[in-house]
Design a protein around this ligand. Structure first.
Ligand SMILES: [Ca+2]
Ligand SMILES: [Ca+2]
Ligand SMILES: [Ca+2]
Ligand SMILES: [Ca+2]
Length: 529
C-alpha cells in the first residue's frame, strides 16, 4: 500500500493493491473528516484495468511525478506486466505503459522511484522475485524455487529504467551494473554514504542484503559493507536515523519461529563513512518480531526519536495445524530438491506462523526499544504485509496504515495526547513515563516541492537539529515491503529545541532553513540556483 496526495488537496490518500484476478485495487481519497472514499474505478486505476487474465496481478505500487507536471503518477508492479498510469489532474489516470517502454513481464515485489543520475527526472528501479520467464498461470516447469537457502542467485533480475523525459523509459540495468538476480523482496533508495548520489539497498530472500553504491550516476558498485556473509530472509527495508546521528540506518525484517528457526531482524547502524560498513545491533524485541513483513520507522510519540512499527504473520489458517514441521523437513533434505516445487508437500489447511501480533517498538535511545503493542491498542492478528506511515488527518501525528493478506485494510489512528485538540484518552500515550514525554510534545512537518529536482522531491535529504542531535530523513520513493510512506516528512521534537533544518535537494542545491515555526506543516519550494 502506498500514500500520496493524489488530488493535491493537502490531504494524504491511500492506494491498496490486490493480487487476485478480477479484484480491484483501491484508491482511497481522504475526505478530510476521518473517512475515505474508494475512487479507483472512476479514476481508471481499479477493476477492469488491472488484475486481468494474461496481464498478471498487482503486488504493490509507488507514486512519483515522472513528468514533473505537478500530479503524482502511479507505477503498479506485478507478477505480470508492470503498469504506468499518468495522473491527468482531473481525477482520472491514463494507462501509458505501452509507450513507456516498461511493458516487460516480471515477478516483482518492489519498485522505487529515484533520480539516480540527478537530471531532474525520476527513474525507476523494479525488483524481481521469481524469474521473469515464469508465468504462474502457464507454468512450463516446476523447477522455479531457490537453488539454495542461503546464497540463492536464481531469482528474478532487478531492472533499472532511466526516464528519458519524453514519457519513455530505457532499460539501463546492465550498463549501470545493478541487475541483481537474488530473490529481492524490497528496496529503498537514499544517499547512504553521503557523497550526494542516491544508493540502493536491497532486502533479499534466501540470501544476503545488498548495497549498491552509486558512482556519479554512471555506475553502481555492489559493496560488502558488512552484509555479504549474513544470509537471512530479508522482506522489508525501513530507513531511519535511530540515534539522531545524521545517518540513514537500516531495519530489515526476517523470520523467527520458536523451535524451528530464529533468523532475527537486522538493525544495521550506518558507519559507512567511518568504517566502510554497517554494524548489526538488533537484540530482544527488535530482533524477534515473529514472521515479520512490512516495517517502517517514524516518530509515533513525537519525542524526537524514531520508533518502529512491524507487521507480521505468514498464513493464519487452521490454528491447530502447523506447516513448520513439513517445511523444516524439506529444508533439511539431501541435495537441493527444494528447487523443484513438486517436492514440496501441500500446505492444505495448515497455518505457518499465523495469528501473530504486530510490534509497536518505541525508541528510548540508549535504553533500547520497548514493545508497547498492547497499550497502543494494536490488537489485530491478521497476516500483515505492507506498512506505511502518514499524518492522515493533518494533526501533527503519524498514523499507521497496514495492508493484510486475505484481510481488510487497517488504519491505526494515533491518539497521542497533547499534540492535537482531541480530548480522547490516548493509546500511544503508553509511551508516557517510558521514554516518552509527559505532557505536550511538539513536531514539524515538511512538504518539499522540487523545481530543478523532480517535482515530488523524492530523494531530498533533510537533516533537522533536534536538541543535541540531528535527525536525517529522506523523501520516500518506495520502501518497507510493497509500500511507500507519505512524502511529507514528519519530525517529532519532544520538548527539545528545533535548530537548523538543512535540505539537500536531489539537484545538489543545499538549503538551510532557520527559525521554522514548530507544530505546523511547512511547504518549501526548491530555490533557484
Ligand atoms: Ca488528497
Ligand atoms: Ca505527473
Ligand atoms: Ca533521472
Ligand atoms: Ca551515495
Amino acid at each position: 500500500m502506498s500514500v500520496a496526495d493524489v488530488n493535491n488537496d493537502g490531504w494524504p490518500d491511500l492506494y491498496f493493491t490486490s493480487s487476485r484476478f478480477g479484484a480491484s485495487n483501491a484508491l482511497y481519497i481522504n475526505q478530510k473528516d476521518g473517512t475515505f472514499r474508494d475512487a479507483a474505478a472512476e479514476a481508471g486505476i481499479g477493476g477492469g484495468t488491472l488484475n486481468r487474465a494474461g496481464e498478471g496481478v498487482s503486488m504493490g505500487a509507488v507514486w512519483g511525478d515522472y513528468d514533473n507536471d505537478g500530479f503524482e503518477d502511479l507505477l503498479v508492479y506485478k507478477w505480470g506486466y508492470p503498469q504506468l498510469f499518468h495522473n491527468l489532474g482531473n481525477g482520472h489516470f491514463e494507462d501509458v505503459t505501452a509507450q513507456s517502454g516498461l511493458r516487460t513481464w516480471m515477478n516483482s515485489n518492489g519498485a522505487v522511484w529515484f533520480d539516480f543520475d540527478r537530471d531532474g527526472l525520476l527513474d525507476l528501479y523494479i525488483t524481481g522475485y521469481f524469474r521473469s520467464d515464469i508465468d504462474f498461470w502457464h507454468l512450463t516447469t516446476t523447477r522455479i524455487m531457490q537453488q539454495s537457502w542461503d546464497f540463492a542467485s536464481n531469482g528474478g533480475k532487478n531492472l533499472l529504467f532511466k526516464n528519458l523525459g519524453n514519457g519513455h523509459f530505457k532499460d539501463v540495468t546492465d550498463s549501470l551494473g545493478v541487475g541483481s538476480t537474488r530473490w529481492t523482496l524490497a528496496a529503498a533508495a537514499a544517499d547512504f554514504n553521503d557523497d550526494g548520489w542516491p544508493d540502493l539497498y536491497l532486502a533479499n530472500d534466501y540470501g544476503p542484503e545488498e548495497l549498491f553504491l552509486n558512482h556519479d550516476g554512471k555506475r553502481f558498485e555492489l559493496t560488502r559493507a558488512g552484509l555479504a556473509d549474513d544470509s537471512k530472509s530479508g522482506m522489508a527495508v525501513a530507513l531511519g536515523d535511530v540515534y539522531n546521528r545524521g545517518e540513514h540506518d537500516v531495519f530489515v525484517t526476517n523470520i523467527s519461529e520458536k523451535g524451528f528457526l530464529f533468523q532475527g531482524n537486522n538493525l544495521r547502524l550506518n558507519f559507512l563513512k567511518e568504517l566502510g560498513k554497517f554494524n548489526e545491533v538488533a537484540t530482544g524485541v527488535v530482533a524477534d518480531a515473529g514472521w515479520a513483513w512490512g516495517a517502517q520507522f517514524g516518530d509515533l510519540n513525537n519525542d524526537g526519536l524514531l520508533d518502529l512499527f512491524v507487521a507480521n504473520g505468514f498464513i493464519s489458517a487452521d490454528s491447530t495445524r502447523s506447516y513448520w514441521y513439513a517445511m523444516s523437513k524439506i529444508a533439511g533434505a539431501q541435495g537441493n530438491i527444494f528447487e523443484d516445487a513438486k517436492n514440496w508437500p501441500p500446505i492444505g489447511t495448515a497455518s505457518l506462523s499465523g495469528y501473530e501480533r504486530s510490534r509497536v517498538l518505541l525508541n528510548r535511545g540508549q535504553a533500547g526499544f520497548v514493545d508497547v503493542v498492547e497499550e497502543a491498542g494494536v490488537t489485530d492478528l491478521l497476516d500483515g504485509r505492507g506498512v506505511a506511515l502518514a499524518d492522515l488527518f493533518n494533526r501533527g501525528l503519524l498514523d499507521v496504515v497496514v495492508a493484510n493478506e486475505k484481510g481488510r485494510a487497517l488504519v491505526y489512528k494515533n491518539e497521542l495526547p497533547g499534540s492535537s485538540p482531541s480530548p480522547e484518552e490516548p493509546a500511544l500515550s503508553a509511551a508516557k513515563g517510558r521514554g516518552g514525554q509527559g505532557v505536550r510534545t511538539h513536531w514539524i512537518e515538511l512538504e518539499l516541492v522540487g523545481t530543478r529536482s523532480n517535482r515530488s522531491a523524492i530523494g531530498a535529504e533533510v537533516t533537522a537539529e533536534i536538541g543535541p542531535g540531528r535527525q536525517r530523513q529522506v523523501v520516500d520513493g518506495g520502501s518497507g515491503f510493497c509500500s511507500q510512506n507519505d512524502r511529507r516528512l514528519h519530525f517529532g521534537l519532544g520538548n527539545q529545541r528545533l535548530g537548523r533544518v538543512t535540505i539537500r535537494w536531489p539537484s545538489g542545491t543545499e538549503q538551510v532553513v532557520n527559525g521554522l515555526t514548530i507544530d505546523q506543516l511547512h511547504v518549501i519550494t526548491e530555490p533557484p540556483r
